[in-house]
Design a protein around this ligand. Structure first.
Ligand code: HEC
Ligand code: HEC
Length: 319
């Protein structure tokens, strides 16, 4: 008996030592690397594309990459990234050739936005947005804007502050988070005259589902409808002071979701953060002033067709 225990003890000791050594090795390594495929991409640079790209960039990129004191995409410390992920800084993505992305090819940017793989092969962790489902035309709009003469993206020689991903981030990037496949076929724009199709496209590509489902970890970015608690709320993003702001239930459940909301109330909340008899919506729910009423209305129409999930979420109101 004693002998068996001793052997077991040694076995366990060895196992723990191996695990510790493994963690030390992973911690000493960089984030995982992948093969970079060359992508040919011809951006359109049309005025319409640049204008649409400006809106998309304001909604999807600026919150992380913009220095609020200058309004330029020179990067910043991400105060709302969970501390367990490490100390995270977003890089300079202005057109500066040394410090920004001025010398990246359009194809390299597309490959990163689609897959999460940077041009040096390194994987950009989950705290950098990815757009695996976005229509090619909208990707073109974003790239055309990033290359435009708009002041947000004009070359600024501000060096990046290196990010320090934690052991947890490195571990997760080894096991759980993997790059998305590069789409093999072109992804068409939704039919904008079909409000359900447009609403679904926006609800997925503007990342509404990503915050408004159960948890970032159980989201399915390639098929958002398969995310745990799809649009049922309760996910816990942080605000700029690192405090939890639970997300609202946006399913058509009458008691706990938005089943009783009118389209007008929904548009007011999404575009301006306004709610009747309640304090305004707060960060990270930013007002989507770039969207037109028809687009927000389309999101509403789509949400009214998805399965209702009874899930009571209490708002966190701090100030
Ligand atoms: C939630 C925050 C967040 C959002 C949203 C976001 N990014 Fe990023 N981005 C980051 C971080 C952090 C990195 C650095 C990742 C790393 O460690 O490699 C990054 C890296 C990049 C890089 C690589 C730059 C370099 O020098 O390595 C590019 C290009 C980029 N982002 C463009 C965009 C665009 C375009 C959008 C909008 C479609 C966007 N990002 C949205 C946080 C974000
Ligand atoms: C970065 C995370 C995030 C994203 C992206 C996001 N939301 Fe929100 N949303 C929240 C949070 C957090 C709240 C709750 C804010 C509060 O309580 O002050 C909220 C609240 C709301 C509310 C109010 C609901 C209620 O019952 O009070 C609506 C409506 C809403 N979001 C719609 C949307 C739509 C539509 C999109 C996409 C266009 C979207 N959200 C994208 C985080 C997000």
């Amino acid at each position: 008996m004693k002998r068996t225990l001793k052997i077991l003890g040694y076995g366990l000791g060895t196992l723990i030592s191996i695990l510790i050594i493994l963690l030390i090795v992973i911690n000493a390594q960089d984030l995982p690397s992948y093969e970079v495929k060359t992508v040919e991409f011809q951006r359109s640079n049309s005025p319409e594309a640049i204008e649409r790209g400006r809106k998309l960039t304001a909604m999807l990129c600026a919150n992380c990459h913009m220095d609020r004191s200058t309004g330029k995409l020179t990067g910043q410390k991400m105060k709302d990234a969970p501390a367990e992920f490490g100390e995270i800084f977003s890089p300079n993505i202005t057109q500066d050739k040394t410090y920004g992305i001025g010398d990246w090819t359009d194809g390299e940017i597309v490959y990163l936005l689609r897959t999460g793989i940077k041009r040096d092969g390194k994987y950009a962790p989950p705290y950098m947005a990815k757009l695996p489902l976005m229509a090619d035309k909208d990707i073109d709009a974003i790239i055309s804007f990033l290359r435009s003469d708009h002041r947000m993206v004009a070359a600024e020689s501000k060096p990046d502050i290196p990010t320090k991903p934690s052991l947890l981030t490195k571990l997760l990037c080894k096991i759980a988070f993997k790059p998305f496949p590069m789409p093999e076929e072109t992804i068409p724009m939704p039919d904008t005259t079909n409000s359900l199709e447009l609403g679904k496209y926006l609800a997925h590509n503007l990342e509404c589902f990503s915050c408004h489902s159960a948890d970032f970890k159980s989201n399915n970015y390639l098929d958002p409808t398969q995310s745990a608690g799809y649009f049922g709320g309760g996910n816990e993003p942080l605000d700029m002071k690192g405090r939890v702001r639970p997300t609202a239930n946006l399913t058509p459940d009458n008691e706990t979701g938005i089943g009783n909301w009118t389209k007008g109330q929904f548009i007011k909340a999404v575009k301006f953060g306004l709610k009747e008899d309640e304090p305004a919506l707060s960060y990270p729910m930013l007002p989507y002033t770039q969207l037109i009423d028809y687009e927000v209305g389309a999101i509403y129409d789509y949400l009214m067709t998805i399965p209702a999930i009874p899930n009571e979420v209490q708002r966190a109101i701090y100030d």
